[in-house]
Design a protein around this ligand. Structure first.
Ligand SMILES: [Zn+2]
Ligand SMILES: [Zn+2]
Ligand SMILES: [Zn+2]
Length: 460
């Protein structure tokens, strides 16, 4: 572990906290909230109701600083590593249940349904610096063509560098003035609608392939899916999705159409190629949006190693569900043009945000100003059709019910009698730790807890 060098005031806060008689209890609370980065602090009490009246069974008055800390529950790894880890775990449970079956109310037989993992990309908006490989290994970014001409801005239209991972030029346009920023933003902004149209088109394509009308098809087959959005290096959104064919009912029965996993993969590729969405641009023209040429489709199998399994696909999607626009140096707060220079983001991201602002002044992009921190993407980062699997709510409910049972048990033990009714009163007092010293202590405790978990896993 890297030693932390803290300023004197923080050291003083740490010493103060660690020297308090209730330090042990404080550290227990840290453990209970999973070493959350910015826990919610609650003040309150649990009352015991009996025929003779109410009395206090538990109160935060006896807790360190008079509060109880609970998890922030944030999905994003950049905000809270601990809670995002828990979120990814829940997400994995949900995805794995829907993919492999045999748990959380999803039957084993789900494994026999056609299931495809697919990635839908965005089209090009102008050449960007990229990593490439050919047969001999890493290759040049954009090798010059015969008689290469500079662009209208007098810049080269080629790049002979072999970029390595971590090169800050990756994802940046070769000429920012040639790059079509308005189309890029229009894609991010309208991506949720483009996805919706894709699902409608896919149903039509599948119906045709099954020799049915769309109406008859929906009576025999349900399209179930879960998708996550991810930002590519060029800061445009793309989708990873698991798409499955089910029976029409709500009991995860098999589809009543004669389509196999390869038919589904073909239909996905065809539907992606067909989807179009024409949107209004501020200059009065219409812009036709579509997905990019590269559509990756992989059948999910329970088969031999090397193939994409249910486990791996679930882990892949769960990982993306904890990411956001953080990689571009943007936080979870709203951005304005005034605060933009303070963020220290790349020229490319600056141009994107400025273009978002300009587009947001016009009617079809009403509300875009509120989504600058998401680079114009307003959709959900993770979403699913109703019957893909169980719900995150159900998984969280199970976990919460377990914790509540534990709390009630705890209170019962304290009271040493049959509890008739427990009434709680809670009040919110704040978010995060009280001092920078507390935060530093919590972070180092969290790191130690992760090490212990890892060691336990290695030993197993
Ligand atoms: Zn948290
Ligand atoms: Zn390059
Ligand atoms: Zn140019």
């Amino acid at each position: 572990m890297t030693p932390l060098i803290e300023p004197p005031q923080v050291v003083e806060e740490i010493v103060h906290r660690a020297g308090r008689p209730d330090f042990q209890r404080w550290s227990e609370q840290l453990h209970h909230c999973g070493h959350c980065s910015r826990p919610v602090r609650l003040r309150g009490r649990v009352l015991h109701q009996s025929t003779s009246g109410r009395r206090s069974a538990y109160s935060t008055d006896g807790e360190p600083d008079g509060v109880l800390m609970i998890r922030c529950g944030n999905r994003r790894a950049a905000v809270c590593p601990s809670c995002s880890w828990e979120y990814a775990g829940d997400m994995w449970q949900l995805l794995y249940a829907g993919t492999a079956g045999g748990r959380k109310g999803v039957p084993d037989s789900i494994r026999s349904h056609p299931l495809v993992f697919t990635t839908l990309t965005a089209p090009g908006f102008g050449p960007v610096h990229t990593t490439r490989a050919d047969r001999s290994g890493p290759a040049r970014c954009h090798p010059p063509q015969d008689k290469p001409q500079p662009c209208p801005h007098g810049r080269p239209t080629w790049c002979t560098a072999v970029h390595t991972e971590g090169d800050p030029r990756l994802g940046q346009p070769i000429c920012p003035d040639c790059y079509d920023y308005p189309a890029h933003i229009a894609f991010n902004w309208h991506a949720p609608e483009l996805w919706r149209r894709f699902t409608i088109t896919l149903r039509r394509v599948l119906a045709r392939r099954a020799g049915l009308t769309t109406k008859d098809f929906t009576g025999q087959c349900r399209l179930s899916f879960v998708k996550v959005a991810e930002f590519q290096r060029r800061a445009v959104v793309h989708f990873h999705a698991l798409i499955r064919l089910d029976g029409p009912g709500t009991d995860f029965g098999p589809p009543c159409v004669n389509l196999d996993v390869d038919n589904l993969a073909d239909a996905i590729r065809e539907a992606v190629g067909l989807v179009r969405l024409t949107v209004d641009m501020p200059d009065g023209t219409g812009l036709e949006l579509r997905f990019g040429e590269q559509t990756d489709t992989q059948p999910i199998s329970g088969g031999p190693a090397g193939e994409l399994t249910a486990e791996r696909a679930a882990a892949y999607i769960a990982k993306y569900a904890t990411k956001s626009a953080d990689d571009f140096g943007l936080g979870d707060r709203r951005i304005t043009l005034e605060t933009l220079p303070l963020l220290g983001v790349s020229d490319h991201v600056t141009r994107i945000i400025q273009t978002c602002w300009q587009l947001g002044e016009h009617k079809p992009y009403d509300g875009l100003h509120r989504w600058l921190h998401m680079l114009g993407f307003r959709g959900h980062f993770a979403s699913k059709s109703r019957r893909y699997s169980t719900t995150l709510g159900a998984i969280r409910g199970e976990r919460r019910a377990y914790r509540q049972r534990q709390t009630v048990e705890h209170v019962r033990e304290l009271l040493d009698e049959d509890t008739t009714l427990v009434v709680s009163h809670w009040e919110f007092t704040g978010v995060g730790y009280l001092t920078t010293g507390d935060t530093a202590l919590a972070l180092s405790e969290a790191a130690r807890a992760r090490e212990r978990r890892q060691a336990a896993r290695d030993a197993a």
